[in-house]
Design a protein around this ligand. Sequence first.
Ligand SMILES: [Zn+2]
Length: 189
Amino acid sequence: MADIVEHFRKGTFEQQYWLPAHNKRRESSLFRKNKEFIRDECGVPCWVCGSKKDREVHHVFEWSFWNAVHPEKVTNILKAIEFYDDDYVNRANKPRKLRDRIKEIEKSKPVINTPDDVRNLVVFCRKHHRLKLTGIHTITFPIWLAISAVPARGGILTRKQILMAAERVRKIDEELASLAENNYEPYRT
Ligand SMILES: [Zn+2]
């Protein structure tokens, strides 16, 4: 099985999608409250890499699609993915506080009826949220899902090595773009 890591591949894709009619987006007070709760009060790390730097809060089901989705289906899908499993919750600064809140919401609101519900929010660092080639918004779900299942230790490649490889390609791309614009500055010192 020595040849299982065959190559690092790069590709582009286009996507086309609709958006249901929705109100102009503004940050709701519930989102602000839940964002502060999970990220700042409970101190949960980036779900992908475990970093506690530059953390942003991501809606798993996007706010803009909410008017078109079925709340029970959303609830079932989020339960199946189980972002807040023991492995993740235990890496928070205050795991018990987070676990208790989720249990409490599950009891009082079995069906998720707003995109700003804690169960639809997850923390990613900036790199794994929106940056090119590494963020959940910039790679396809199959790739993201596979990365998420790579073990932190003991795999053919660790998750850290795979993430590092994608990040290097992103940095090389940035260098090439700045070279093309004649303001090249090497990032390696
Ligand atoms: Zn990260």
